[in-house]
Design a protein around this ligand. Structure first.
Ligand SMILES: [Zn+2]
Length: 68
């Protein structure tokens, strides 16, 4: 594996965005978000339970938790 670099991460986040845009049902969207969360492309804020792309560093005034 190569060291993760921001360009690569952005490309993956864009790919997830495109997949989510193409998803038509709630279960498709939930499945994609589950994959994205597990793969580290997205994270969930423990306070408000919103899902965020990996390039977002903060939510609810706090930085992204290490385990999110
Ligand atoms: Zn939040």
């Amino acid at each position: 594996m190569t060291t993760p670099d921001p360009t690569n991460r952005d490309a993956r986040a864009r790919a997830i965005t495109l997949l989510l845009a193409a998803a038509e049902t709630g279960s498709e969207i939930n499945a994609l978000i589950r994959v994205a969360l597990r793969a580290g492309f997205m994270w969930r804020c423990p306070t408000c339970r919103e899902n965020h792309y990996a390039d977002r560093e903060t939510c609810c005034g706090k930085p992204r938790p290490d385990d999110a």
